[in-house]
Design a binder for this molecule. Structure first.
Ligand code: ZN
Length: 235
């Protein structure tokens, strides 16, 4: 008897406070959570997950040793991808992070996925002041959703960001790398040592920040790193 009442109450609640799609503002149907089915179909998937020589992996070739790298969406083609990630970062919509993490989780579970045999997931850390200001690290809900799908644990405090980063706008590739070279530090090596780490980021542009973070992980003995980003921005 309770279930129909609960459904009825949900329906009445949704009548006054309808859940809307994060990217088109249309009212969501009951089975839709963050974005509507139509918007979901329009998201520009990169297809990186089955291609070891994908563009994101190539961008990091020769700069840092990686087992595999992939991006979920083409960031430039997708105004919707920008909206999703903007909501996650600036509008306290952690459910947007969970949504994209679930999509990554689906790909990471495929038998032909280029990334496999992960021991631990590490979200790219935010500076603690910025995290306090925002209320959370936006990479954490993404990492948690991947963890739920794959059963790989999340190492929450293995790394830290020591420098509250300045803007990279207007810098060339070398300047960008210099700018972020030492912004991360290992906080708890025991969580990483001897492990294959999956580093999780929201958006990759030049890859300078990712490179710096990967180098920091690789400074711990016997580590290997694979890398995923939700948005891959073509250079
Ligand atoms: Zn929509």
């Amino acid at each position: 008897m309770l279930a129909p009442i609960r459904t009825l109450l949900t329906d009445v609640f949704n009548l006054f406070y309808p859940k809307v799609c994060l990217t088109c503002d249309n009212t969501l149907h009951q089975h839709e959570e963050v974005i509507c089915l139509q918007c979901e179909r329009g998201l520009p998937l990169t297809g990186h997950y089955t291609d070891a020589d994908n563009e994101l992996a190539k961008r990091l070739w020769g700069r840092v040793e990686l087992q595999g790298a992939m991006g979920l969406y083409d960031f430039h083609k997708g105004a919707q991808v920008q909206q999703l990630l903007h909501s996650l970062k600036y509008r306290k919509r952690q459910d947007a992070g969970i949504y994209v993490g679930q999509q990554l989780g689906v790909q990471l579970q495929q038998a032909n996925c280029i990334i496999k045999n992960i021991d631990v997931i590490v979200p790219v850390p935010l500076h603690h002041k910025k995290e306090k200001q925002r209320g959370y690290n936006q990479c954490m809900p993404i990492a948690e959703a991947i963890s739920l799908a794959t059963d790989w644990p999340v190492a929450k405090d293995a790394l830290m960001r020591t420098v509250k980063n300045t803007s990279q706008t207007g810098m060339n590739r070398f300047e960008r790398f210099e700018n972020v070279k030492d912004i991360f530090a290992v906080k708890d090596a025991a969580q990483l040592q001897g492990k294959h780490v999956l580093l999780v980021d929201d958006v990759v542009t030049t890859g300078a920040t990712s490179e710096s973070c990967i180098r920091t992980i690789l400074s711990v003995p016997d580590t290997k790193v694979s890398f995923v980003a939700v948005g891959y921005a073509k250079g």
